[in-house]
Each structure stands twice: as structure tokens, then as C-alpha cells.
Write a protein that binds this ligand. Structure first.
Ligand code: PGA
Length: 239
């Protein structure tokens, strides 16, 4: 991956399609020479990509493991593709926790998305109580998660791993960049895939992570909802 990848995870924001359009239009105006940018809005706003997207990619925050048919409420990888999505976030810790997603389900989603030609951004990361036991314990946790999530996927798949320590997400307490870089290098050694960091990334700390060659980009939640802040994060790739 030549350029750093900056992914916006809007989560369940903003509240209306008008606000989503506004935010999306502001983001498309950002100059992104040194970065590849992917915006992941909620499903209902994905269609706006067809109207506004040129410089940036659009992705989804989840996908069904099923191809089609009687699966009420689900959204298939093919549907995402037909809306212009190129990427999909899978296995975010919020889904693992609040929707009870298991490693097995995450793995089925990964395989379905890859098969449909989407670039998968697979999230892994340890909870606070595991990190409290030390970095080695965190690494074991992440490696196990990785092995289960990637089971049966062909080598050289279109995959990006997002290392997101759960305790760092939305907490304002990002990981230490040097530890994130160590974890990223362990993940790449295991998987052969590029790794991006996520968890309380802001315009203030982004450069600290992005300066490491082991860290191929950032997954940005809260700070991606303000176009100005997101722009500064994108620009910290070059500065
Ligand atoms: P945050 O979220 O930047 O708000 O911590 C990151 C994520 O959950 O992907």
C-alpha cells in the first residue's frame, strides 16, 4: 500500500440525510494527495456516493455473510458494490460487543465481502483487562482474533487490518504510537496485510501514528464527523 489509508467511520451519525450530504460534500473538497481516503457512512446514506464522490472512496460499516434471500434487515456485499462502495469495515468491536458478533460470524462476513470484490477492513483489538496483563498478552489476544477472522481467506486478499485497542475507542485515550507500531508489525508478520490504527485518533495525535512505516493509516471515528478536523488528520500524512 503506497499511500496511507485514512478511513472515516461515521458510526450511527449524522442524524439526517441532509447532514450526511453536507458532511460528505465537505470531505470531498479536501485535497488528499498523499492519502487514500475512505468514508464509511451508515447504510442509508451510502447512495450519496453516486452523486458526490470522485476523489474519495466509500465503504460500509458492516455486511451480511449471506449472498441474498430471506435475511430480514441484512445488506449484502453485492448491494454495497452496486451502490458504489469499494470497502467494508468488518468485526468492529462495537458490533462484536453490542451485536454479539463472534469470530466465526466475522470470518463468514470477511469471506463473503472478499468474494464480492470489496476491500475488507477487518478490526481486531484487545479489551482493557487483557492489556492490563501486558503487551505480550494483548499480542496473543490479537493474533488469535486474527487467525479466526482470516481463516480460509486466500493469501494476497484485498485486506487491511485495523488495530483498535477496545479501551482506546471513543475514550480520548489513544494507544502509545510506539506500541501500536509494534502491534502493527506483529499483525503484518502474521497476515502479510497492511495495518491501520484506530482508537481516539485526532488531529493532535495522528502524525504520531502515521509517521511509523508499520502503520499504514488510521481508522477515525469521532474526529471524522467534523470536516475540518478530518482534513487536518488527512494532512498529517504529509507534514
Ligand atoms: P474513535 O473511534 O476515533 O471515536 O475512537 C474509532 C473507531 O471506533 O473506529
Amino acid at each position: 500500500m503506497a499511500k496511507k489509508l485514512i478511513v472515516a467511520n461515521w458510526k450511527m451519525n449524522p442524524a439526517t440525510v441532509q447532514e450526511a450530504e453536507e458532511l460528505f460534500v465537505s470531505v470531498t473538497k479536501i485535497r488528499v494527495p498523499a492519502a487514500e481516503v475512505v468514508v464509511c457512512p451508515p447504510f442509508p446514506f451510502l447512495g450519496i456516493v453516486n452523486k458526490f464522490s470522485f476523489r474519495i472512496h466509500v465503504g460500509a460499516q458492516d455486511v451480511s455473510p449471506e449472498k441474498k434471500g430471506a435475511h430480514t434487515g441484512e445488506v449484502s456485499a453485492e448491494m454495497l458494490r452496486s451502490l458504489g462502495a469499494t470497502h467494508v469495515i468488518i468485526g468492529h468491536s462495537e458490533r462484536r460487543q453490542s451485536q454479539g458478533e463472534t469470530d466465526q460470524l466475522v470470518n463468514r462476513k470477511v469471506r463473503a465481502a472478499l468474494k464480492a470484490g470489496l476491500v475488507v477492513i477487518l478490526c481486531v483489538g484487545e479489551p482493557k483487562q487483557v492489556r492490563a496483563k501486558g503487551f505480550a498478552a494483548a499480542k496473543r489476544h490479537v493474533r488469535a482474533q486474527l487467525a479466526k477472522g482470516l481463516k480460509g481467506t486466500p493469501k494476497a486478499s484485498a485486506l487491511v487490518l485495523a488495530y483498535e485497542p477496545i479501551w482506546a475507542i471513543g475514550s480520548g485515550k489513544a494507544d502509545r504510537p510506539e506500541e501500536a507500531a509494534l502491534m502493527a508489525s506483529a499483525i503484518t508478520a502474521d497476515s502479510g496485510c497492511p495495518v491501520i490504527y484506530g482508537g481516539s485518533v485526532t488531529s493532535q495525535n495522528a502524525r504520531g501514528f502515521l509517521q511509523y512505516k508499520e502503520i499504514h493509516g488510521a481508522l477515525v471515528g469521532g474526529a471524522s464527523l467534523k470536516a475540518g478536523e478530518f482534513e487536518k488528520i488527512i494532512n498529517s500524512v504529509t507534514k
